[in-house]
Write a protein that binds this ligand. Structure first.
Ligand code: MRU
Length: 338
């Protein structure tokens, strides 16, 4: 694979452009659209994904609802807002970004060029995420006390944000600063964000890595092959309880047992200040066919029932530190004033 660059989301000449992540790592297919419904569908299908990237994409989509509409009626806004808000329930960045755009709409809804004003807000949210990713990468350097072998889960790189990533950027900065020697990437069942997307990004970044099935993480730890674990987050409660890709909680428990540091990394836009603990986080349930099929080929019987939560919640006492663009926080967490 060539080490050329890739741009998972972009906004060019009044069109939203995204890399269809369901086709990775085999094909790099870019889709161009100015239809907010198409962006909503792309978020639902995980063509566009990762909490910060979902937020930025939804902000552009909400602005685009007004591109071909001179009217600035509240009806258009509400319809588009509600459509986008029901795409994915757990990633709080989605609701944060939609509400940031909503504030502008409520202030300026009578202005002539509402599209331009909403678009400016979406661009600001986009740029802000790039800066936050950079700072997370820098702050994350503090978790390395020696040259380390790192294990990660799901995908938290450019493919999950608008910038260089969260946990992935911590790993990348660690590698650039000679503090990371090797990455173990969990495959991440059932949609394989690890083996398809993190592997793609690690290869593009020139970082040495290997893949393992999620259940192999325990063996790597038992054999003392992992120095620390760092993963992302989809929603963090005020007390630090964290929802992230299914399989994260088991990693945290394993780290606790093997006395390996376990870190979460996310922008502060992933903190939900309306909830005290992880018990209040709505967990997205995906279609059972995502487990029963692989690339549309059945690996089990369609009629079987399956339990398919997309995320789990890791209790904060299992988290060694939470890396944000502001700081590296440690237990006990209280994000009320952050
Ligand atoms: O279902 P996905 O692929 O959107 O889930 C993504 C994750 O769980 C990531 O770890 C999380 O969104 C953090 S992305 C910087």
């Amino acid at each position: 694979m060539k080490k050329t660059d890739y741009y998972p989301i972009d906004f060019k000449e009044d069109f939203f452009v995204f890399l269809d992540q369901t086709k990775l790592p085999f094909e790099e297919v870019y889709v161009k659209t100015d239809d907010y419904n198409k962006i909503a569908e792309a978020i639902e299908r995980l063509e566009v994904r990762g909490a910060p990237q979902i937020g930025v994409s939804a902000a552009y989509a909400l602005a685009l609802a007004f591109k071909n509409n001179n009217s600035n009626s509240s009806n258009i806004f509400e319809t588009a807002y509600n459509r986008l808000a029901k795409t994915r329930p757990t990633a709080v960045n989605l609701f944060w970004a939609l509400n940031e755009v909503k504030k502008i709409f409520e202030e300026k809804k009578d202005s002539e060029n509402i599209y331009k004003l909403l678009l400016d807000k979406a661009i600001e949210i986009h740029k802000d995420d790039i800066i936050k990713c950079d700072k997370i990468g820098q702050n994350g350097l503090r978790i390395f006390h020696k040259k380390s072998n790192v294990l990660t889960h799901c995908n938290t790189g450019k493919l999950a944000t608008a910038g260089d990533g969260t946990a992935f950027n911590v790993i990348r900065q660690g590698y650039l600063n000679n503090l990371v020697s090797f990455v173990y990437a969990d495959e991440t069942r059932p949609l394989l964000q690890g083996s398809r997307l993190t592997a793609f990004e690690l290869e593009k970044s020139g970082i040495p890595f290997s893949l393992q099935s999620d259940s192999t993480a325990a063996v790597l730890m038992q054999k003392k092959m992992v120095d620390l674990v760092v993963v992302g987050a989809d929603r963090i409660a005020l007390n630090g309880d964290t929802a992230n890709k299914i399989g994260t909680y088991s990693l945290a428990v394993l780290c606790n047992f093997h006395e390996i540091p376990f870190y979460i990394s996310a922008p502060t836009t992933t903190i939900d200040k309306t909830i005290l603990t992880g018990e209040d986080i709505e967990i997205e349930l995906r279609s059972k066919f995502e487990l029963l099929k692989l690339n549309n080929i059945n690996v089990s019987v369609d009629e079987y029932e399956a339990f398919t939560p997309a995320f789990d919640v890791t209790p904060s006492h299992l988290i060694s530190g939470i890396i944000t663009e502001k700081d590296v926080y440690t237990f006990p967490y209280n994000f009320l004033n952050e």
